[in-house]
Write a protein that binds this ligand. Structure first.
Ligand SMILES: [Ca+2]
Length: 235
């Protein structure tokens, strides 16, 4: 797209290149965006449209996600800039008090805010992954408060509480452009069974079960006849 010399510009990129580790997601993009117009970016999947938009929008983010299939409960997610000098909190709604507000759970990851099973009244994010995370479209993500950027050389303290539920124990966190990427191995019981899977001793029909045991009258007189009954069910 080319704007005429007389067009008032709102935004311009000059030889923009974006890298994820060794992968070059956007290469040498020079674009002019005139003011008061709508500009469409069209291209095949994976060509770098989202990355270009994120560069333009200055979306600097934390993106948590799982390595493969798994389920985890998350709470108290925090990123603090310069924690030992002038701490600046960058995460909004890291406690999930206002639901999934400020968070985007996308691709093969799904998220819902639920009551903390271990702490009534507390809200936590239940994050379920049906595949591995990656930097583009399969993870949870949130934009830093006030669109604040990360600055090379500054110190950042990233913390969260995570409870493993099932599947993968590897939990990934990274700031945008894979900064401070880290895999955390979540604690899990040594004998955790197979949560969500069919019980190993499952049987389609275990025979009759019984409910509503009773005898009548409840407190019989000495030597009085008593009727004992139960409801039996099978299959
Ligand atoms: Ca919470």
């Amino acid at each position: 797209m080319v704007a005429s010399a007389n067009t008032r510009l709102r935004l311009e990129t000059a030889h923009l290149t974006a890298l994820f580790a060794q992968h070059r997601a956007v290469r040498d993009v020079s674009l002019l965006f005139p003011a008061n117009t709508v500009t469409a970016i069209i291209g095949p999947s994976g060509c770098g449209k989202s990355t270009l938009l994120r560069c333009l929008n200055r979306m600097h983010e934390l993106t948590p996600g799982a390595s493969v299939d798994g389920e985890v409960l998350l709470d108290d997610i925090s990123v603090i800039e310069t924690p030992s000098t002038t701490p600046v909190s960058l995460i909004q709604n890291g406690t999930f008090t206002t639901g999934t507000n400020k968070w985007r759970i996308i691709g093969n990851h799904q998220g819902e805010v639920i009551d903390d099973p271990d702490q009534p009244g507390n809200k936590v994010l239940r994050l379920v992954a049906t595949g591995g995370t990656e930097h583009m479209s399969n993870h949870g993500e949130t934009t830093f408060a006030n669109n604040r950027d990360t600055v090379t050389g500054r110190e950042y303290l990233i913390s969260f509480r995570a409870k493993w539920i099932s599947g993968c124990r590897q939990f990934n966190t990274r700031l945008y452009f894979n900064r401070l990427a880290r895999i955390t191995l979540l604690d899990a019981p040594a004998l955790h069974g197979t949560p969500g899977a069919q019980n190993s001793v499952f049987s389609a029909n275990i025979g009759p079960t019984y409910q509503e045991f009773r005898h009548d009258p409840p407190v019989p007189a000495p030597f009085a006849p008593v009727t004992v009954s139960a409801r039996a069910r099978s299959g």
